[in-house]
Design a protein around this ligand. Structure first.
Ligand code: FAD
Length: 392
């Protein structure tokens, strides 16, 4: 079957793909989406979304839904994982709203995914589940694709939102695999009997490790992620494994009692092996001709600035703006790639730098603790990021 579709095909129904389908359909574009899974599902973990992202969700009419399911932390606390000492504090809450015009939120991935999915369904975007993209050919400003299940399309634009191991990027000649970064993420959720009175994001930093926790599900659970150095997995593409707490505690080494007690309260751990790509170096890595890449397909990043999903959502908004503008398809894709690549590269680089700071040992750790104590919010805030992107 070969169908000539005048519209846009989004490959991938994760947070990035749904955000793209929503943003583009809101501009009046004819959009359809394919997803390899037989049902929409998201892993049981939380994410933080900064004001740069909640502002876009507000523009898309999702703020009321966000208010019901997210948690809105008052502050970000940096603590030493061994001594338990508070090193620095960045007020969020009202300060984020005042400075950046939108809230800082913590949300379960499944909740964000279903907010986006409901909005996409309201826009009547056709979604084809159980369709695994197998072949993509992009030549002379045209793109042809086929799924393993036999669906074929020749869309005006292919949006590659197919994640870390993207097949769409190969159509642009981008064939390097993602790189294993040597870090393992253990993730879990602790049920809470009542929402915390003063919700906070806490980052515990120690030599070659850090732990982050914050409330999600409107305060009904505490999301915990512990990052340690470790061995590469046998099969990198199977990234989500059941994990043993004993292995985590062994990798962590000595940690302070309050942190230990929090980690011991996690009923079940999942393990992710972390991969990224080096920061983007040019616009062509985000799109060319009739193919635009978005989210982890274009710029998978270390989670140490908490912005991977955020950048996918910014990408989606920029793509929709560029699509609504004048010019041929390749010109609009070029405008999108020009708008997005440098900001994504900056976020990727900052995430790498944060990882080094969080995991510091020896004199660097000492200097970090001193700087956070003396400068506090000034070293922890990221105004250029939270103010949002410049739109085309
Ligand atoms: C430990 C950890 C903590 C994180 N914390 C944060 C955070 O606090 N804040 C934040 O913003 N980000 C965070 N992130 C990053 C964030 O999770 C990702 O950047 C984001 O989910 C990427 O979304 P995506 O839609 O681009 O890719 P994905 O979520 O990977 O979605 C890709 C979709 O494409 C589908 N697909 C893949 N291949 C095919 C194919 N061949 N055919 C059809 N469909 C296909 C997949 O099934 C999937 O549904 C974190 C990541 C990790 C690992």
């Amino acid at each position: 079957m070969d169908i000539h579709a005048p519209g846009i095909l989004v490959a991938g129904g994760g947070i990035g793909g749904l955000a793209a389908a929503l943003a583009l359909s809101r501009q009046g574009a004819q959009v359809e989406l394919i997803e390899q899974a037989s049902a929409f599902a998201e892993v049981g973990a939380g994410i933080q979304i900064g004001p740069n992202v909640t502002r876009i969700l507000r523009d898309w009419g999702l703020e009321a839904g966000l208010r019901q399911v997210a948690s809105f932390p008052h502050a970000l606390l940096a603590r030493d994982a061994r001594s338990g000492r508070t090193l620095g504090q960045l007020p969020l809450g009202e300060r984020a709203e005042r400075l950046y015009g939108a809230p800082y939120a913590c949300i379960h991935r499944a909740d964000l995914h279903s907010l986006l999915l409901q909005a996409v369904q309201t826009g009547a975007v056709p979604m084809h589940l159980n369709q695994r993209l197998a072949e993509v050919q992009a030549r002379g400003g045209e793109v042809h694709l086929r799924t393993e299940q036999g669906l074929a399309r020749r869309p005006a634009l292919l949006v590659g939102a197919d994640g870390l191991w993207s097949r769409c990027r190969q159509a642009l000649g981008l064939t390097e695999p993602p790189r294993w970064i040597g870090h393992l993420a253990y993730r879990g959720l602790i049920p809470l009997s009542a929402p915390p009175a003063e919700p906070v994001v806490t980052v515990w930093m120690g030599p070659r490790l850090h732990i982050v926790h914050y409330p999600v599900q409107a305060g009904r659970a505490l999301n915990v992620v512990a990052i340690v150095h470790g061995e590469p997995p046998a099969c990198p593409q199977d990234w989500d494994h059941a994990a043993h707490a004993a292995h985590l505690f062994q990798a962590l080494g000595p940690i302070g009692r309050p942190l230990q007690q929090t980690l011991e309260a996690v009923p079940e751990w999942r393990l992710w092996a972390l991969h990224d790509r080096p920061p983007l170096t040019c616009a062509a890595q985000m799109g060319q001709g009739a193919v635009a890449l978005l989210g982890d397909a274009a710029h998978p990043m270390r989670p140490y600035l908490a912005q991977g999903a955020g950048m996918a959502i910014e990408d989606a908004q920029a793509l929709a703006q560029c699509w609504a503008g004048a010019g041929s398809v390749p010109e609009r894709v070029q405008r999108y790639a020009d708008t997005r690549w440098a900001r994504n590269a900056q976020v990727q680089a900052r995430a790498i730098r944060n990882g080094r700071i969080f995991h510091a040992h020896g004199p660097v750790r000492w200097g970090r603790n001193l700087a956070m104590g003396v400068l506090g919010a000034r070293v922890m805030d990221v105004p250029w990021l939270y103010r949002g992107m410049d739109l085309p």
